[in-house]
Design a protein around this ligand. Sequence first.
Ligand SMILES: Cc1cc2nc3c(=O)[nH]c(=O)nc-3n(C[C@H](O)[C@H](O)[C@H](O)COP(=O)(O)OP(=O)(O)OC[C@H]3O[C@@H](n4cnc5c(N)ncnc54)[C@H](O)[C@@H]3O)c2cc1C
Length: 410
Amino acid sequence: MYFQDRYLSEEQRMMRDTSRQYVDNVVIPFIQQNRLREWDMDPNARLAPNILEQAEAAGLRALCVPDRFGGIALDPASQSQTMAIIATELARGDSGLADKLVQNWKISVLIAQFAPEHLQEYWFTRYMNEPQFLMAHCLTEPHGASDRWLPYNVPEINMDTKAVLEGDEWVINGRKQFISNGFDATLYVVYANTDNSVGMQKGTSSFLVPRDTPGLEVTNCNETIGGRFMNNGEIVFDDCRVPADHLLVLNDALGKAGIYFRPGKVLVAAKSLGIGVGAYEETVKFVHDRVQGGKPIIQHQAVALRLADMATRLEAVAALLRHAALAVDENSPDADALCNMVKVFASHEIVKVCEHAMELHGGYGAMLEVGIEKYMRDALINLHSDGTSDVSNFKIVRAMFPETSGKYAG
Ligand SMILES: Cc1cc2nc3c(=O)[nH]c(=O)nc-3n(C[C@H](O)[C@H](O)[C@H](O)COP(=O)(O)OP(=O)(O)OC[C@H]3O[C@@H](n4cnc5c(N)ncnc54)[C@H](O)[C@@H]3O)c2cc1C
């Protein structure tokens, strides 16, 4: 089911198997050992360090790091497809952990593409030597998120975060919120306005900002309903100065980030699918073991109908995911529409899959010690990641009908 061998290259099959072993041997035992651990209100205490160390050992942190720095550079012709396969496997174990690693992969792609060679060498070397090293992508601000995704492209709605070149340093001021890995990242990619005379599509730049830069302060870990092993954070930049060479893309950062945005949506869908697969697998076991009315509940018709519905939705998500990931890798004209379609479709379908899992587990579905409710909480997070469903649907229509669609902003 889902990513069957017939769809995979030899390399993808090996990576899927490695990820699955890591999840079965390391991640799932860790999650099952103490289901209350995700509720520890000390964000630093939630995930045991050995989980990322073992991910490192399995090669899962090195994806998208150029091979000259010891990474595993994926074939660009199938990069999004391969990342989707691995993210699905990881989210089957824990979607927060999958998110931690997915952010690292996506930002590695950006750094490899846009950072000068000496910074690539410095940061990739550190990244490869520090298993707990995380990266974060800072776009969203208190006063602007959907406006950024659409984008609402007029000067009045530019980013509040500003960067000004003073001598040989960029000075950054502003605030970013809801940032995945934002609480515990070592390195941030920050988007800031650099030209207020134009809209954000032509006036937004991106920067590499190390966590220990004076003026950068992590002000909060946002406690979330799901994906709780990824620490979402809030960051303030107060006269935060980075050397001029830390500029990644001048003024066209949103356009150039296409290499990141499209795979990003595919990966949200992949994480959704992984959550759904986990919920389904647990449900399959339960309906065979649980006896009511004198027989295993799978033999009750209503249970069978729900199980069939779960499996069908998972197959449909997996099929669209493969199709969208291929379109992104091929950079085909329908890639924009498809990557948004699969993000929206997968997130809603998997919530329905989790609803069936909850129903079929009866009262057990509501118990923290059992863990079925965790799948539902983790699934809900993906409805809003990388843009809300409504905003993503606007983007689908705009991609399909560029001449006649509305702007859907302002
Ligand atoms: C778990 C999680 C992880 C995240 N990680 C990151 C990250 O790593 N980096 C990052 O930069 N951001 C991140 N985000 C932020 C995320 O991208 C935003 O939350 C999302 O884009 C929605 O923005 P908002 O919350 O400000 O909602 P708003 O933009 O305020 O939207 C509120 C409502 O208004 C609707 N709306 C907005 N504009 C329009 C319009 N023009 N027409 C019609 N309806 C409209 C929306 O659809 C929504 O229903 C994350 C969010 C979550 C929940």
